[in-house]
Design a protein around this ligand. Structure first.
Ligand SMILES: NC(=O)c1ccc[n+]([C@@H]2O[C@H](COP(=O)([O-])OP(=O)(O)OC[C@H]3O[C@@H](n4cnc5c(N)ncnc54)[C@H](O)[C@@H]3O)[C@@H](O)[C@H]2O)c1
Length: 342
């Protein structure tokens, strides 16, 4: 049994408590939040769980093996370091830190202390994203040409992070999980329409050496909610609509082919293929439940999480690069060359 403490019971924290409470071999031992009214909610719903306004109580509790942090991003570094230094395994909400400097320090500290560092990039644990990875790794799409995402809705305007850190973070983690290749350069445009607030709209382009290109359109200022990703390959193409109740992923046997045949030089050199469409069956388990079980499994068996500190660091580096490009009105920002993930 792994005893878990959770710091932060705002919007996302309750989802963590609920999922860990339902995860076999995990037990929610305590919840910390600065706000007593939040703790009263815990006490009503989970009477056996200890509550405290002081997160140090969780660090000092030797019966707690792991701590999950669901507080604002600006607190992740300080709290995360304190958890690792207390010798506990660490679950950090996305993005894992405000800067890549902090993210690297957290990843290094976890490695040095041989603690599991799990970063909650929840989309990686959805049935849809895992199925897309299976299709892509199986070669069904052929060579990937592009990844194109729209992630827009009205609000929730964040005070402490911009829309890249809030929404494009999901695309960065999905891209990292789907493809072995990492982007080499970033160009982004974006704006804050309300002075003194973080940027609320951004268009980000990621360039890859292979010729693949990725784009994310993220906004808190759209009249409707859209969560769509298109992935185009040389053999097939995918559309993933996260708001579809069923059949979220559809695979299209569509594409184009070009001929170099000199005899056809004066003819139309492009051929179009339109074949069948199919919707694969997706695992229906809640992503956070898959993630919490994976975290417990990593702790129990000394495994490295699929969304470990290194993946979390690469994501933070892309947030930094995209934000820097956006503030330079789209200037190209080169990304640190990545060692290939094992
Ligand atoms: N994985 C996902 O899909 C997902 C979704 C939403 C939010 N998040 C992440 O979860 C984190 C929290 O976001 P939120 O929307 O729940 O924020 P929130 O502001 O609603 O809640 C944060 C809570 O942390 C508490 N807190 C702050 N500092 C504390 C401290 N030192 N000790 C104890 N409690 C403290 C606050 O009182 C508050 O209740 C962020 O990193 C966010 O990006 C992840």
């Amino acid at each position: 049994m792994t005893n878990i403490g959770i710091i932060g019971y705002g919007y996302w924290g309750p989802n963590l408590v609920r999922n860990f409470a339902e995860t076999p071999e995990a037990k929610v031992a305590a919840v910390a939040d600065l706000d007593k009214t939040k703790l009263q909610l815990v006490e009503r719903r989970f009477p056996l769980v200890k509550t405290t306004t002081n997160f140090h109580d969780l660090l000092a509790d030797s019966s707690i093996d792991a701590i999950a942090i669901a507080t604002p991003v600006g607190t992740h570094f300080e709290l995360g370091m304190a958890v690792l230094r207390a010798g506990k395994h660490l679950w950090l909400e996305k993005p894992m830190a405000e800067t890549s400097f902090q993210a690297r320090k957290l990843a290094d500290e976890a490695a040095r202390r041989q603690r599991v560092l799990f970063v909650d990039h929840t989309f990686v644990y959805t049935g849809a994203v895992r199925k897309m990875r299976e299709i892509i790794k199986g070669g069904e799409l052929g060579r990937t040409y592009y990844y194109d995402s729209i992630r827009v809705n009205l609000g929730l305007f964040q005070r402490d992070v911009n829309v890249i850190s809030d929404l494009a973070v999901h695309d960065f983690s999905i891209l990292d999980f789907l493809f072995d290749e990492h982007p080499v350069a970033v160009s982004a445009g974006g704006i804050n329409h309300f002075p003194g607030t973080p940027e609320n709209l951004a268009h980000i382009t990621l360039f890859y050496d292979s010729g693949m290109i990725a784009h994310a359109n993220v906004s808190w200022l759209a009249p409707v909610k859209v969560r769509q990703i298109l992935i185009g390959g040389s053999k097939k193409m995918i559309i993933y609509d996260d708001l579809e109740p069923s059949e979220k992923v559809k695979v299209y046997d569509k594409g184009v082919s070009f001929t170099d045949d000199p005899k056809q030089i004066h003819e139309m050199r492009v051929g179009y293929r339109t074949g069948d469409m199919w919707a694969p069956r997706l695992a229906g388990t809640e992503a956070l439940r898959v993630a919490s079980e994976h975290f417990i499994d990593c702790i129990g068996h000394g495994k490295v999480p699929e969304t470990d500190g290194r993946l979390g660091l690469r994501v933070v580096e892309l947030i930094e690069a995209a934000t820097s490009s956006m503030r330079g009105r789209g200037e190209t920002v080169y990304v640190r060359p990545q060692e290939k993930a094992a």
